[in-house]
Ligand binder design. Structure first.
Ligand code: ADP
Length: 265
């Protein structure tokens, strides 16, 4: 109800990080988490210290993408109520997936918008984050009050929107741009994921979801296109294996695509 009006929250600057990059998508399944994690690793490879906050409380996939599980340890040095972020590949990582017992992981996580906001606040303020250059937040998909609630609590440096070139995904991506503009979050740009398929057998290139969709949308909306990531088996396999491609094979063509995105971000 307060979209475009006065927000009951003033977004807070996070003391432990210089920059906060929120990765969003208008709908699920377009590769938002894949882009979040590979962007985090690519940012690290160009010299930033990076943390990842998996705010996709409806379906936290960061633990899976980084092969991490179990509860976070508690800080024994001082304030024992603080959790320690998990560490993987040099990233500090926090996810709701760590806090939900394994036997409940297959149940649907039902959250109301304000509950999402307070769950995120817990993961921000009840966690002993070490100082970092950039926190990458993997937001829940969509443009509902969960996303708004986060944008209005945390001062986000900029948002990266992930979309496929397909019209239906782009309509949702436009809604994402509109949402962030209404809450005064700068848009860094749009990443075109699943931009084209390359056959692992013959190398044939096929624009499964259409061509040029994100580029045209960026022009219409006046936002930057941050890059195009191909649809490739190796991206899916490395993610499923818990070592994203930018970590496992940083010299690959696909990793270079993610690195180009990171440089623009
Ligand atoms: P979202 O976070 O938007 O729901 P995910 O990042 O979980 O999407 O990706 C959905 C599925 O698509 C996952 O199985 C993931 O491995 C796969 N995927 C995402 N991007 C690519 C890509 N560029 N190439 C191959 N598979 C991909």
């Amino acid at each position: 109800p307060f979209v475009g009006g006065k927000s009951p929250f003033a977004p807070k600057k996070l003391a432990f990080t210089k920059y906060v990059v929120a990765v969003a998508s208008g709908k699920g399944g377009v590769g938002k988490s894949t882009v979040s994690i590979n962007l985090a690793i690519a940012l690290q490879s160009i010299g930033f210290s990076v943390g990842v906050l998996d705010a996709d409380v409806y379906g936290p996939s960061v633990p899976y993408l980084l092969a991490l599980k179990g509860k976070p340890e508690l800080d024994s040095s001082g304030n024992s109520s603080l959790m320690l972020p998990k560490q993987k590949y040099g990233l500090q990582v926090m996810s709701m997936g760590f806090l939900i017992p394994e036997e409940q992981q297959e149940r649907a996580f039902v959250w109301r918008g304000p509950m999402v906001g307070s769950a995120i606040e817990q993961m921000l303020y009840k966690v002993k984050w070490s100082p970092m250059d950039c926190l990458v937040i993997d937001l829940p998909p969509g443009t509902g009050d969960a996303q708004l609630s986060i944008s209005q609590r945390v001062r986000i440096t900029g948002a990266v929107i992930v979309s496929t070139p397909q019209d239906i995904a782009l309509i949702d991506a436009k809604r994402g741009v509109d949402m962030f503009r209404r809450v005064n979050v700068p848009i860094i740009g749009i990443v075109e994921n699943m931009s084209y398929f390359i056959c692992s057998q013959c190398g044939h290139r096929e624009p499964i979801f259409g061509e040029g969709g994100v580029e045209r949308t960026c022009q219409v909306l006046g936002v930057s296109m941050l890059g195009a990531i191909p649809l490739r088996t190796c991206i899916r396999e490395t993610s499923d294996g818990g070592m994203p491609i930018t970590k496992g094979n940083p010299a690959s063509e696909e990793s270079i695509c993610f690195q180009q995105v990171a440089e623009k971000v």
